[in-house]
Design a protein around this ligand. Structure first.
Ligand SMILES: Cc1ncc(COP(=O)(O)O)c(C=O)c1O
Length: 389
């Protein structure tokens, strides 16, 4: 059933105050999530943060949250670790390998710091060679995948790529990359900041080893919560970098001689105390999205993004880089206009998009709650900027 966009926008008040076209940075919060956060905060204030049942409730919320993330990705609950954001998950995956001097990590020139920073830092510490595959902003997914595949060698320990490029908006076909790197004995870690909640994901079909997602972008969750999928076969071989009580099999599973039993699930990559209102808010967002229907959401993202892309491409002086039929991002430039200034000017007009550097461009995010009026405001804003040149 198609989504009732008018009703959805009432549930997400920020979509009524501006043309909210920046889920790629931070999605808007739905009322249900804000209420769950407020309720959890109120409970901390009035009932306190410890007492009968409080810890158990927090464990139940975390378990429920892992299940929701697992369903979203086509994973088992045991393969999901709760994190704070995408970058957390990327660090766990990248630091978790047993590198030998001379090993290689293959990545691309269009990665976000959330992916390439842990690569660079780990590489420096372990003497690993980083092969950065040059990708053009105009390369489509197949071309990008071919370039990545060509760079994989028997020395490749890990491939680190984004499922959806935060700069070009292109969806990368992951399965052929996984096939090549697995055949040569390496693994695939995916930065999924721009895919989770925007396109259908099935981690098994994609054949990935690690898939790191944020809550605060396309999934409309609060800041401070995300998830990492760790494929079942990799759970025990992935080294723990951060460790604490949450990573133990149970609270008493250690002795004072240096012995300990880590958890057998992806929970072994969790560490310590978390902020319960954030978890409650994230759970409420995911429950809402599930009730709306993920498939209907993905269909809507495709439809409104196609409309946005066509509208942008029809404006004289606008160059669109993102090919048709990708995820929810469209990258473009306005001839003769600095993207940073254009994004700021659009912001003044109540049109929320962002600029990106290296290469410099503008990026619009269209999600299920956006409608034609948002795209129309963007079109009028760009035309005004062009007239002011
Ligand atoms: C591709 C990509 N990776 C990582 C990040 C960082 O996300 P987080 O703050 O969830 O770590 C972003 C955020 O903009 C992104 O677009």
């Amino acid at each position: 059933m198609p989504l009732d966009i008018t009703a959805i926008r009432r549930e997400v008040p920020a979509t009524l105050t501006s043309a909210y076209l920046n889920a790629g940075t931070n999605g808007p919060l739905p009322r249900g999530a804000a209420a769950a956060i407020a309720e959890a905060n109120q409970s901390q204030l009035s009932a306190g943060r410890i007492g009968p049942g409080i810890y158990e409730k927090s464990v139940a919320v975390s378990d429920d949250l892992r299940s929701h993330f697992a369903r979203l990705l086509g994973a088992d609950d045991d393969e999901i670790a709760l994190t704070h954001h995408t970058t957390d998950g990327m660090n766990i995956a990248i630091w978790g390998q047993r590198y030998q001097v001379g090993d290689e990590i293959v990545t691309t020139s269009l990665e976000h710091p959330g992916g390439f920073m842990p690569v660079y830092v780990a590489a420096k510490r372990y003497g690993v060679t980083v092969r950065v595959v040059p990708v053009e902003i105009t390369d489509d997914g197949v071309t990008t995948a071919e370039k990545v595949i060509a760079a994989i060698t028997p020395r490749t320990r890990l491939v680190v790529v984004s499922h959806v490029s935060w700069k070009s908006g292109v969806v990368l076909p992951l399965t052929p990359i996984a096939e090549k790197v697995h055949a040569l004995g390496g693994l695939l870690a995916v930065d999924a900041a721009q895919s989770a909640g925007a396109i259908a994901v099935d981690v098994r079909a994609l054949d990935v080893d690690y898939y790191a997602i944020p809550g605060q972008k396309w999934l409309c969750g609060p800041d401070g919560v995300g998830a990492l999928y760790v494929r079942q076969e990799r759970l025990l071989e992935t080294q723990q970098t951060f460790a604490g009580f949450a990573a133990l099999r149970d609270g008493a599973a250690y002795d004072n001689g240096g012995n300990y039993l880590p958890g057998l699930t992806a929970k072994r990559f969790e560490v310590g105390t978390v902020y319960p209102p954030t978890l409650a808010g994230m759970l409420a967002s995911l429950q809402w999205l599930e009730a709306l229907g993920h498939t209907a959401i993905y269909d809507r993202v495709q439809a409104i993004t196609a409309h946005c892309r066509e509208t942008m491409a029809a404006i004289p002086g606008v160059t669109v880089y993102t090919p048709p039929n990708q995820a929810g991002l469209t990258s473009f430039n306005i001839e003769g206009v600095d993207p940073v200034q254009a994004a700021a000017r659009l912001g003044e007009m109540g049109v929320l998009i962002r600029s990106v550097s290296n290469p410099n461009l503008l990026r619009v995010s269209t999600s299920f709650y956006n409608d034609e009026s948002d795209v129309e405001k963007l079109r009028r804003g760009i035309e005004e900027i062009i007239s002011e040149r």
